[in-house]
Design a protein around this ligand. Structure first.
Ligand code: GLC
Length: 589
């Protein structure tokens, strides 16, 4: 029986890391601490020349044509270059696979984390992460910058949908499940893939939900609300963490030695490595050398650099300045060794030295039917039924005429939201495989049921039932910060018109967060919160027609008053409390 050290490595593997570390020059050590965006690598041979530790494709960086085969070819090329370095240390390739392998055309797009929070189903979340790992590995990629462990406190934050819940316990439970799904479990000798719990610490607690803002609270609150999920993720064996752009009481997390080193690596015993966020260390000081010194000294182990030659704060500058800092004694070589040791341990735990390339011939896994089935189940369990007057739902599959209203009824991009193919996402046929709600309804009803669709109400006023589909436009990060969470006048008008027709009205809302519903609430006979369901719209039809009962429950408080949007304030008199959700008394008809 091999004894596993705290880091999960066998004693022999720890020795292997130390032997390798002893052979490394300072430049080679610094190379391992450098992660470069593929878009910044004008000359990819820099991977070999500099012994880079990692390459990423950020939200808007895709290999040409964005096909799975092209992704694999690109990743393999980068890995081959890494293996040509003097010591042949394999590369870690990372992407934001935050709701499936979502940069890649044809990949299954799962509901965003807020929807998975509504499922309250750790086993399903673990399966979702396992499927995501399978699709990532098929393209040669080992590292997902997920799960996000934000405990979003204010829905004005543009990243609320990346948070499972405003409840730290639920975030910890589902975050640990995602880590297990991606990596394979704390006790496995060789991880399946590498998870990255983010963004440490307090990203979801900023004042007024301002992205990259300031989380103002005492340490007890910071620990109770924001640190708790990281304990669960570390217990689940998470191998990497990403630091947060945000600040705690005015101090940037990327330069916070107490939280990054004393608490995370000391008190919590985190043995993995901390990667910075996208150019986040630049925010520590206008002087890049000072910024580097602060970040590395605080406990950042690998630095994510989106800039290449000719751009400010590029990876060549980073390597030169960090070497200067070590030679000047401003960054201790022991700190460098600690960072590199953590990175090497992770690569050993992933089996990268033995199998730097994932097996060939797995590309058919990307978008596989069995993966879509998992995503469809996620959609079913994520929907929250908020209203169902006179048992309008489930709808009959033998209805004479069903009319769907609203662009979102037939728009995959609105169904998927941000972080889909591109950083901000987009409307329309954003990817090539998926099912819109309109397509799903058409494939669900009987042959004699007429299903019509229009962006307005044209052709629908005589229908047996009108299904209005509303959506937030896609967004990511700070682009999604909103002061006003009200539905737009156009959206309210659509529901009002449907109500005026005198026909029963079902409203389905695609949103990254609870919104202020205004008159749409009264004008709807039934109301379903669908969050950002992803490509498998059939899961929505399954619930609307009763092939699956709605079991989703609100993962966060749904505010009522625009003056009290933060969960802690809204909870006193919410539109709905966290945990609310209706179901059907009857099965489908
Ligand atoms: C972004 C996000 C982070 C993401 C990283 C790489 O700015 O903050 O969640 O993993 O950059 O795309």
């Amino acid at each position: 029986m091999v004894c596993l050290a705290v880091s999960g490595l066998a004693a022999g593997e720890e020795k292997r890391v130390e032997d390798l570390l002893r052979q490394m020059t300072l430049q080679e050590k610094l190379g391992q601490m450098t992660q470069v965006d593929l878009g910044a690598l004008k000359d990819r041979t820099d991977i070999a020349r500099l012994g880079l530790g990692s390459v990423l494709c950020g939200g808007n960086t895709d290999p040409e044509n964005n096909e799975p085969a092209t992704w694999r070819r690109t990743v393999v090329q980068c890995q081959q270059l890494a293996l040509q370095s003097r010591l042949g240390i394999p590369l870690l390739f990372g992407v934001d696979a935050v709701h499936g392998h979502n940069n890649v055309l044809g990949a299954v797009i799962f509901p965003h984390q807020i929807g998975l929070g509504a499922t309250r189903n750790p086993r399903l979340v673990e399966e979702t992460a396992r499927v995501t790992a399978r699709e990532m590995l098929a393209t040669g990629i080992h590292w997902a910058f997920a799960p996000c462990l934000a405990v979003a406190q204010d829905p004005r934050w543009g990243r609320t949908y990346e948070s499972y819940s405003d409840d730290p316990e639920l975030v910890g439970q589902l975050g640990a499940a995602a880590v297990r799904g991606l990596q394979g479990g704390a006790r496995v000798r060789t991880w399946r893939a590498l998870a990255c719990a983010k963004h440490y610490l307090g990203d979801g607690g900023t004042t007024e939900g301002v992205d990259q803002g300031n989380t103002e609270c005492d340490e007890a609150t910071l620990r109770r609300v924001h640190l708790a999920p990281y304990r669960e993720a570390i217990r689940a064996g998470v191998g990497s963490l990403m630091a947060s752009y945000s600040s705690w009481n005015g101090v940037k997390l990327h330069g916070h030695r107490y939280l990054l080193t004393d608490v995370l690596k000391g008190e919590l015993g985190f043995e993995g490595f901390v990667v910075s966020d996208w150019a986040a260390i630049d925010q520590l000081s206008p002087n890049y050398k000072e910024a580097i010194e602060r970040a590395i000294t605080a406990g950042v182990d690998m630095v994510m650099i989106p800039n290449g030659p000719g751009q400010p704060n590029n990876y060549l500058e980073f390597l030169r300045l960090l070497a200067e800092l070590v030679n000047e004694g401003r960054v201790a070589e022991s700190r460098i060794d600690d960072a590199v040791r953590r990175i090497l341990r992770t690569k050993v735990r992933l089996g990268l030295f033995e199998r730097p390339m994932t097996p060939e011939g797995l590309l058919s896994r990307v978008g596989a039917p069995e993966h879509r089935a998992v995503a469809r189940q996620c959609v079913r369990e994520s929907l929250v039924l908020l209203k169902n007057e006179r048992g309008l739902l489930p709808l009959s599959k033998r209805a004479r005429h069903i009319h769907l209203v609203g662009q979102a009824a037939d728009d995959l991009g609105l169904q998927c939201g941000g972080w889909t193919i591109s950083w901000q996402g987009s409307t329309g046929a954003v990817t090539r495989a998926g099912t819109t709600l309109l397509q799903a309804v058409r494939s669900t009803v009987g042959p004699r049921t007429r299903v019509t669709y229009s962006r307005d109400l044209a052709g629908g006023t005589a229908a047996d039932v009108i299904v209005v589909v509303l959506a937030e436009p896609p967004y990511a990060e700070m682009m999604g910060d909103r002061k006003d969470l009200s539905l737009s006048a156009e959206q309210l008008g659509l529901v009002r018109e449907a109500r005026a027709s005198g026909r029963p009205v079902v409203t389905v809302l695609y949103s990254g967060r609870p919104l202020l519903l205004g008159s749409a609430w009264e004008d709807s006979d039934a109301f379903v919160a669908a969050w950002l369901p992803g490509t498998e719209g059939q899961g929505i039809a399954d619930v609307l027609f009763g092939d699956a009962r709605p079991t989703g429950r609100l993962p966060r408080v749904w505010p009522k008053d625009p003056r009290h949007l933060r969960s802690s304030e809204a909870a006193a008199d919410p539109m709905f409390p966290r945990g609310f959700g209706l179901t059907y008394r009857t099965r489908g008809r």
